[in-house]
Design a protein. Structure first.
Length: 471
């Protein structure tokens, strides 16, 4: 039996690709193990969104290769590079990593990983040591329900990839060149997968894609206009999917991640408000508020549009937690642009917020723009915006004190509320006795920066002290 170890890097969308590969390996009778040193084959599923992710990917590839000489088994070990970096740089990598890597596979090959591994052993018998690239052109693959999948997340939550690719022209982003045009799954496919996950005990469905708000719109006869409100009268849309998921029997959350602001509509706001299983949380990357920067980034939005959208979302969905991200240090960004951004952050008081330092990515239009800013300026602006958000986060956390929240217990002593997505947001510290993977009603007793402290409803404060000391 061939033993395979897989290292998954990058975002949740990449993790789903890893889960699909593991599912196909199991189906082919191969054994998937966590220890790379005991494996016959190691797969590194790479990310190449920004420079730091590329460096991390290369580091893992070289580490696996260097360790191959440590034992007899590892000298014969096969190394496969998969994922975004492989899709993007397969020709360059097959030259620079000629001696390190046995095969490069792209996004369309995640379902073919088992026969590719078998082919490597046949190639070895032919005494052919040149690395193989199985990548042909841009990705057209759409992950569907019938695809074997082995989940790598905890039992109580799962990521559901509802589409692949992206149609947006953001000048800083390489994703459309790597993953191709937007391709939505069918509503029936997503609902069938969701029902199966809930039957397996999943309590939280995290809907992901490069742009979840564009779901279904790629099938419309009339092209969506990002400057105008849209609805599902023209065909399938995210609203259609949310209502069908909300109708599935069971006690679970539906969480929306990666919603581009350009295609939000009043109907989507109304749908979320009317669907109690949809978590009162949205992830909506805004990237900037200055019209100059939004224009340079080609974000298909304006500052006025964004301000109005956030007002409509908060008015239409009481109790909503809004998470966003911004980019600082973009080419041509001025102190005045950053002042406007900080004032917007101060006024809006986002419940959750992250900031990225602009990364000059090869083959993007932004990389060719004049007025590239030095790293020192990017770093200073990042510290300024994050320091501001830390103050706001304390205000937001303080508002929770005394309130009762429904949380899902992530691990002993740690839970998440509706306002906290897996891995990226804050925590709610609870007594260790609460069962992992289950919902619980807790009362917030305090906070620490981005995290909350809580007791089960009706518990005594002395019980909390004991629990905290035990952690």
């Amino acid at each position: 039996m061939i033993k395979v170890s897989l290292i998954s890097l990058g975002c949740a969308k990449n993790l789903v690709d890893s889960e699909i590969m593991v599912g196909h390996l199991h189906q082919a009778g191969m054994q998937v193990i966590p220890e790379a040193e005991k494996a016959d084959v190691v797969i590194v599923n790479t990310c190449s969104f920004i420079d730091s992710s590329k460096e991390e990917s290369i580091g893992h590839i070289l580490e696996v290769h260097q360790n191959r000489g440590m034992t007899k088994r590892r000298k014969e070990q096969k190394l496969i590079v998969a994922g975004c970096m492989s899709q993007r740089f397969s020709k360059d990598l097959s030259t620079s990593l000629h001696d390190e890597v046995d095969a490069f596979i792209g996004l369309d090959q995640v379902t073919k990983v088992a026969p590719i591994i078998e082919g490597l052993y046949a190639k070895e018998r032919e005494k052919n040591s040149a690395p193989v690239s199985f990548i042909e052109g841009k990705s057209t693959y759409i992950p569907d329900y019938d695809t074997p999948r082995f989940r790598l997340t905890p039992k109580h939550f799962a990521y559901v990839k509802i589409a692949e690719g992206c149609n947006h022209p953001c000048t800083f982003c390489i994703i459309p060149q790597i993953r191709g045009r937007h391709r939505s799954r069918t509503v029936a496919s997503v609902v069938t997968e969701a029902k199966q996950l809930i039957a397996e005990g999943v309590k939280e469905l995290n809907l992901i894609s490069q742009d979840t708000t564009f779901f279904g719109m790629d099938t419309w006869d009339e092209r969506p206009n990002p400057r105008s409100p849209v609805d599902s009268a023209r065909g399938t849309a995210l609203t259609t999917l949310l209502r069908e998921l909300n109708a599935i029997p069971g006690d679970f959350w539906i969480r929306l991640l990666y919603t581009h602001p350009a295609h939000w509509s009043d109907e989507l706001i109304r749908t979320i408000a009317e669907c109690p299983k949809v978590a009162r949380y949205i992830d909506i990357p805004l990237q900037h508020i200055s019209d100059r920067m939004l224009g340079k980034m080609q974000r298909e939005t304006t500052g006025e549009y964004i301000r109005n959208l956030i007002r409509r979302i908060r008015a239409g969905i009481p109790g909503i937690a809004v998470r966003t991200t911004f980019i600082v240090g973009f080419p041509g960004e001025t102190d005045a642009d950053v002042d406007e951004l900080c004032e917007f952050i101060r006024e809006t008081k986002f419940e959750r917020l992250g900031v990225f330092r602009y990364s000059q990515e090869e083959a993007t239009r932004a990389a060719k723009l004049d007025e590239q800013l030095p790293q020192k300026i990017k770093e200073a602006r990042w510290h300024r915006t994050m320091a501001l958000q830390k103050e706001i986060a304390a205000e937001v956390s303080q508002r929770f004190v005394g309130r009762t929240l429904r949380v899902i217990v992530e691990e002993p002593g740690v839970a998440r509320g509706e306002a906290d997505a897996p891995d990226i947001d804050g925590r709610v510290y609870v007594p260790r006795e609460l069962p992992v993977g289950e919902f619980a009603e807790v009362k917030i007793t305090g906070y620490q920066d981005y995290d909350l402290l809580a007791l089960p409803v009706g518990a005594k404060p002395t019980e909390w002290k004991v629990a905290r000391q035990a952690q």
